[in-house]
Write a protein that binds this ligand. Structure first.
Ligand code: OAD
Ligand code: ZN
Length: 247
């Protein structure tokens, strides 16, 4: 049962707040059919994300890592934003001083119409050259996901191996991206933390950092997380059910 008085109270805060930040994780895409990393269906060929999403794994076996990303890209290509993505896009539309910070790489927030998006971990629909660092949209998939053709940079004189434009475990976040995220967190009066297990840094610390800076923090997650006991309000429900209620 969702407490409707609590929904109204948060809605009022949303309407009154000059600055709002929304921080999302894999759970916001779960209702679109994207498996979360730490839920069931998060494994591929028995590998955990932490075993494949690393520079070491890519150096050892780029075919395997590309095969995993192509499998995920293939799963994602037909998926659509769900009511949580749409509600978050509508929040941005409704007021100024809104910023979305996401750990998701699936591109569904943009598809739903969100515009000011800080993609902390990159985007699965882009590649980055390991030689010249050029970033390009990459929506192409091999006809057979099992036969891997490694992609190479088309730039004259380069020809280096391309990698997914994703921040892997052990890699630092892009400084500009991190700055934009922290600006949003530090200045927010209201922060929604939606569908993240709050265990992968630095995003895991954002909500509590925001709270220390004076923000009112609302968690939307059917499960428990390390921050659940510390937020101001929590809705232990699916994002696609709760987020539209604020609109
Ligand atoms: P996780 O898979 O760790 O956590 C997903 C969270 O979503 C859990 O807390 C679930 O309880 C919650 N959840 C599930 N269904 C939900 C729903 N319908 N509505 C709301 N919440 C729901 O995913 P992240 O926290 O995003 O990094 O993981 C963080 C990072 O670890 C990812 O960005 C990825 C991963 O490895 C990289 O790929 C670099
Ligand atoms: Zn290149």
């Amino acid at each position: 049962m969702i407490d409707s008085a609590l929904i109204e109270a948060v809605k009022k805060r949303l309407n009154d707040a000059g600055r709002v930040a929304v921080l999302t994780g894999a759970g916001v895409s779960a209702e679109s059919g994207v498996p979360t990393f730490r839920g069931t269906g998060g494994l591929w060929k028995n590998f955990r994300a932490e075993e494949l999403a690393t520079p070491g794994a890519f150096a050892r076996d780029p075919e395997l890592v590309w095969q995993w990303y192509n499998w995920r890209r293939n799963e994602l290509k037909a998926l659509k934003p769900n009511p949580a993505h749409t509600a978050i896009a509508a929040m941005e539309e409704a007021g100024s001083g809104f910023r979305l910070v996401t750990q998701n790489v699936d591109g569904l927030h943009a598809l739903a119409g969100s515009k000011d998006i800080v993609e902390l971990h990159g985007n699965i629909w882009r590649s980055r050259c390991t030689g010249c660092f050029e970033i390009k949209e990459n929506r192409e998939l091999p006809p057979e996901l099992s036969d891997i053709e490694l992609p190479y940079c088309a730039k004259e004189g380069c020809g280096s191996l391309l990698r997914p434009d994703i921040v892997w475990f052990g890699e630092a976040l892009d400084q500009g991206v991190l700055t934009r995220a922290l600006e949003a967190i530090d200045s927010a009066e209201l922060i929604f933390v939606v569908g993240t297990s709050a265990v992968v840094q630095p995003a895991a610390s954002f909500a509590m950092r925001g709270k220390e800076m004076g923000a009112y923090v609302v968690e939307v997650n059917p499960g428990d997380t390390p921050i659940s006991d510390y937020v101001d309000t929590r809705f232990q429900e699916k994002a696609g059910v709760v987020m539209p209620l604020f609109i």
